[in-house]
Design a binder for this molecule. Structure first.
Ligand SMILES: Cc1ncc(COP(=O)(O)O)c(C=O)c1O
Length: 459
């Protein structure tokens, strides 16, 4: 694994004057999170992909690139500019200012995001409760920063957990305690037990982070009854839920989309994180958070959590690029603010790929083979369980000797314990690439099994 350079060098001589010895810093003197596996995870996976450009990647959770269209950008910008003038009554100078100046901290497409949530999710939110962020990743960071008030605060997260969440929590010195996912996305008994255990230890569980729809990496979804039960449990235990939903628009086959937790939330228990990376384009780096929780100030004033998040944002990224927001805003406007409509082609491709991958696994590993996999009802990800530990060294070997990339599931668990599973993603590949990738992966697994003389049971 490549590490950031230490930057050592000889004393610098500038025109005959010795300016001084270069400064060496020690990683041990920087924030401890910088040495944490969670922060190395994304870089490591990107580096392996760069080192083996000819390998088939069943690792990347990126949207399918052929659908990303450079020619659409001016059209989107133009549509948003016209919207500012025609619908919001802005004159030419104001349009120029909105698009090109520093802008409103909470964003300039908040009203369109609110409309999108109403059209696609049946969620009614005050646009003032929305903060448009630099990707969903920033939204996560702002929420965790606001919630982490002191050393007794902890976050609960359904495990396996998206590594971006774990990394952000590490940077904020916010410990993450795992909650069992179980077969239906979250085990409510374990969640309740974790809340109570933390409180019994004198800790404050500030929220539970989870992905009810086609989760990354597990692919599981929480059924409707489970969602209602979760909201009841959150009320009983007085717990916030952080709902992250980047994949909800990609149900497979005739799977019906379920209401989000936010749609079922009548008590402002749910902080909702959204991303336009998979639905519009990842390069815009636009996401958002709905934070309609009321916050009482010291003087008795009551505001919105969104306003507190905006104060943090003003010190992190000032505001989300107006140009990037305009691109996303134009894409929303072009489709009547419905991303369900806008992503019909993507949904079909991901559905086809998911089926292709699962069928391909079934053909290559007939009943009785010591390999198991999940069959998700949507999203990008399938988890394959094998009877041997899957670590970064095996991924390197897979890339080098077999020409196929995937993600070790260990990256999504804390604690560095060996995990006998890997994540396969179908979003950035064609069916032919899936075939090639599965052939290569099958060869790796077969060799690994015979190397270990394994008839060991899966699990
Ligand atoms: C669960 C989850 N949340 C958040 C993100 C990050 O979204 P964004 O690209 O909008 O920052 C991802 C990206 O893969 C993700 O899988």
């Amino acid at each position: 694994m490549r590490r950031p350079g230490r930057g050592a060098g000889p004393a610098h001589d500038d025109g005959g004057v010795t300016v001084g010895a270069s400064v060496d810093l020690r990683l041990a003197d920087l924030h401890p999170a910088l040495d944490d596996p969670a922060l190395n995870s994304m870089n490591f996976l990107n580096e392996v992909a760069q080192d083996y450009p000819d390998a088939v990647s069943l690792a990347a959770g990126r949207p399918y690139e052929e659908f990303l269209d450079v020619a659409a950008l001016p059209r989107y910008l133009d549509a948003f500019g016209r919207h500012l003038a025609d619908d919001l009554g802005q004159g030419p100078e104001q349009v120029r200012r909105t698009l090109l100046q520093y802008g409103r901290t909470k964003g300039i497409v908040h009203h369109l995001v609110a409309r999108n949530l109403a059209v696609d999710e049946g969620v009614t939110v005050d646009p003032e409760a929305i903060v448009v962020t630099v990707g969903c990743q920033e939204a996560m960071f702002l929420v965790l920063r606001a919630l982490r008030a002191g050393p007794r605060d902890v976050l609960l997260a359904v495990a396996p957990t998206y590594v971006g969440l774990t990394g952000a929590a590490r940077l904020l010195d916010l410990p993450v305690r795992p909650v069992t996912a179980g077969p239906s996305g979250v085990d409510p008994a374990d969640l309740r037990a974790e809340v109570r255990r933390a409180r019994a230890e004198g800790l404050r569980p500030r929220a539970c982070y989870l992905m009810p729809d086609f989760a990354n990496p597990s692919g599981t979804s929480i059924p409707l009854a489970g969602r209602r039960a979760l909201l009841e449990l959150a009320a009983e235990e007085d717990l916030l839920l952080i709902e992250d939903n980047p994949y909800g628009l990609f149900p497979a086959g005739d799977t019906r989309r379920l209401p989000t937790l936010k749609a079922l939330d009548t008590a402002r228990r749910v902080v909702y994180l959204g991303s336009f990376a998979k639905t519009v384009l990842p390069g815009a780096r636009v996401g958002y958070v709905v934070a309609d929780q009321r916050v009482a100030g010291r003087d008795g004033d009551v505001g919105l959590l969104a306003d507190q998040l905006a104060r943090i944002k003003s010190m992190v990224t000032v505001n989300t690029s107006a140009i990037a927001q305009a691109v996303v805003g134009g894409a929303l406007l072009e489709h009547g603010c419905s991303l369900v409509d806008a992503t019909a082609r993507e949904r079909a491709a991901y559905d086809r790929n998911l089926r292709h991958l699962v069928d391909g696994l079934r053909r290559r590993f007939p009943a009785g083979a010591p390999v198991r996999w999940t069959v998700p009802t949507g999203g990008f990800f399938v988890v394959l369980t094998v009877p041997f530990p899957v670590d970064d060294a095996l991924l390197h070997r897979s890339a080098r000797e077999y020409g196929v990339l995937w993600t070790p599931m260990a990256h999504f668990y804390d604690g560095g314990k060996p995990v006998r599973a890997l994540r396969l993603s179908v979003s950035a590949v064609t069916p032919a690439q899936i075939d090639a990738g599965l052939d290569r992966l099958t060869a790796l697994i077969t060799d690994e099994l015979s190397r270990r003389g394994a008839t060991a049971p899966v699990g």
